[in-house]
Ligand binder design. Sequence first.
Ligand code: ZN
Length: 328
Amino acid sequence: MPWTRRSFLTTTGAAALAYAVVPARAARSNDHFFNWKPVRDHVWAAIGDGGNAMVVRTPAGSCLVDTKYPGLAHALRREAESHCGRVALVINTHHHADHTGGNLVLTPVAPVIAHRAACARIPEQIDRYRQFAESGPTQLGRNRGDHERLARETAELAERAESITPEQFVPTKPIDRFPHEESLGDVAIEVHHFGPGHTDNDVVTRVPSLNVIHAGDLVFHNLHPFFDRRSGATCRGWIECARRTIELCDDDTAVVPGHGDLTDIGGLGKQLTYLERLWEEVSKAVREGRERAEVEAMRWDFMDGYGYEQVRARAIAAVYEEVRAARG
Ligand SMILES: [Zn+2]
């Protein structure tokens, strides 16, 4: 059941009154850098420029899921707060640096939740954070309006990229028992983990009262999925994760994918089909004795119309190796 403004006012008192006088903002605002899309009342998603972020308003502040790149972190916080109020809780869907780079400015101001395995992997990718920090000004070179303040911030971080430390990115609240539940202003926020999929530390965030899910990189919507085998990615595990995520949804659930546009249970189903077909086709090719390079060059109808062509061969190669290992 989504909340209504009335139920908010009757149940949450003064905090809700402060909430109620905040004017609704337009879907796109020229003073915003990110491509914000409304997901639900009280819920927005910033699509692209790193992993998709989602922000959920509650009477006790907002919950931000994923934090994009380090150089954009101040802007992400500012814009998230302009939609949904002070960030009071952060969740990282997994450790990858395009989802956790903004932790740099968020760990000092709010608890940051992640799977315990993500907390262990994050310090190992400090070089990536520094690279992202250094390339921040270039990332901005796309001329999407006047963002003088953001340009200053990214330039300042690029200057001191070498001095940023791993500890600045490590989530402050590691979780190892799932499902985990947080409560923010009486709004329940569930954190689920279904075993290894895209990495060994993917979590799915669900807000039952709003019927909304952030699936992290378990969903690449209409995009070839990125397989990170060194971080525990497995196709069969990912299939299981997709199935379990679908079980959390009904026909009205709004689904924010890790990459790609907003979707729903249909998008989850599409991701599941892609992975099942990929496993099936690569298994068949292995049974036929085909070489890895030959299989990497293959394409099948379920891939039609998908973006991220640059990771397609990598996905096939990862599944090829997994199939071979499973055959012993
Ligand atoms: Zn990822």
